[in-house]
Design a protein around this ligand. Structure first.
Ligand code: KG4
Ligand code: ZN
Length: 344
């Protein structure tokens, strides 16, 4: 089965072609125009998607070696995301599917991060504990089988990636800054300063990342960072922040794994590219855990993960050739904003 998938939920315009679980092409165009604003500007994002979508989809088909007539299903991210951006990808994909008389499959972006760890034949047993950490989401999920998910933990305020980005901004490292924090942290001392943990005291598995960001802000003011900053100081603060941010993700995930008696952990989303996070989780392999991370090209937003989720939806859930998503999946559900933990 050949799948053409489109992802436009935030600031990446991406198109991929898959043959079942295997990626034949995965083209990602990251929008750089938001850098000077320090955050994604929704209106700019929609306009860039509109400029890029046809070009990126054509490039993806060309790279894959497939012709549009070889495509069996067409998929796009349907939620959650920026509404203007989602509409560009959804309408592009729906129109194409309608014209070609092929099934259209809407895909939940968060589920797609979860299934990014199945790409290219990476085999995964069920049940497993899924940790999704990105710029918009921080979720702990008990995955019993395909599309049998239970959210057991979520952030009550900022997402982990958001805290990385905001801290990077405070340190003058640009946007998005997760990667830069990771880079500087490699040369820093993680015990230089103790930032507060990102956990919620009276809940079992929830996270809270707004305090840690504020604590960085006050700490920088206290030490007169602007006048004292140098690469060594930035590295030490980046390493200390990263240590605190990772510790909470690790702690809650391990606690969940122990509670449910599960020894398979799957980490995904943009922040899963973080080398400190990988190192910490991979240590669990010595205690008999199986740990999965996506390849870097599938950790940040990409259409390949949308494609594999559409394939699994087609294969394992109620979708058949006759499912009419043009009727069943009207765009009206997008009018209602959803929180992280409602998205499944
Ligand atoms: O999954 P993603 O591309 O978009 C969302 O769905 O939000 O995640 C983007 C996030 C950004 O916050 C970015 O700073 C963070 O992932 N990120 C990292 C690293 N690479 C990307 N955070 C920490 N370390 C990294 N190496
Ligand atoms: Zn994402």
């Amino acid at each position: 089965m050949n799948i053409l998938a489109i992802e436009t939920s935030c600031d990446e315009t991406s198109a991929a072609v898959l043959e079942n679980e295997n990626v034949l092409s995965n083209i990602i165009s990251s929008q750089i125009s938001h850098g000077k604003f320090g955050a994604v500007v929704p209106e700019l994002a929609s306009r860039e998607h509109l400029n890029n979508i046809t070009k990126i989809a054509s490039e993806s088909l060309e790279t894959s070696g497939k012709h549009i007539k070889d495509i069996d299903i067409i998929a796009a991210t349907s939620e959650p995301g920026l509404i203007g951006s989602l509409l560009i990808g959804m309408n592009f994909a729906k129109s194409l599917a309608f014209t070609l008389n092929k099934p259209f499959i809407p895909v939940n972006h968060i589920q797609a991060h979860l299934y990014s760890n199945f790409l290219n034949g990476q085999k995964h047993e069920f049940p497993f504990i899924g940790l999704i950490v990105s710029g918009g989401h921080t979720l702990l999920i008990l995955v019993e089988n395909f599309f049998k998910h239970k959210i057991i933990g979520y952030t009550v305020d900022d997402a982990a990636g958001e805290a990385f980005d905001k801290t990077a901004k405070l340190l003058g490292l640009g946007y998005p800054g997760g990667q830069m924090i990771d880079k500087f942290a490699k040369d820093g001392n993680k015990d230089f300063h103790k930032f507060p943990p990102a956990i919620v005291r009276d809940s079992e598995f929830n996270f809270s990342y707004s305090g840690i960001k504020t604590s960085v802000l006050y700490y920088l003011r206290n030490i007169d960072f602007e006048n004292k900053k140098n690469d060594k100081l930035i590295s030490d603060i980046a390493a200390s922040f990263q240590e605190a941010a990772i510790k909470s993700l690790f702690k809650n995930t391990l606690k969940a794994a122990k509670k449910y008696g599960i020894k398979i952990i799957s980490v995904s989303g943009g922040v899963s590219a973080n080398s400190g996070l990988k190192e910490k989780f991979n240590e669990l392999k010595n205690s008999g855990y199986s740990i999965y991370f996506p390849k870097p090209e599938y950790s940040s937003d990409n259409a390949a993960m949308i494609g594999i989720t559409a394939f699994f939806k087609y294969k394992y859930s109620q979708i058949t050739k006759d499912t009419n998503y043009f009727e069943n999946d009207s765009l009206t559900h997008l009018a209602k904003p959803r929180l992280d933990y409602e998205a499944f």
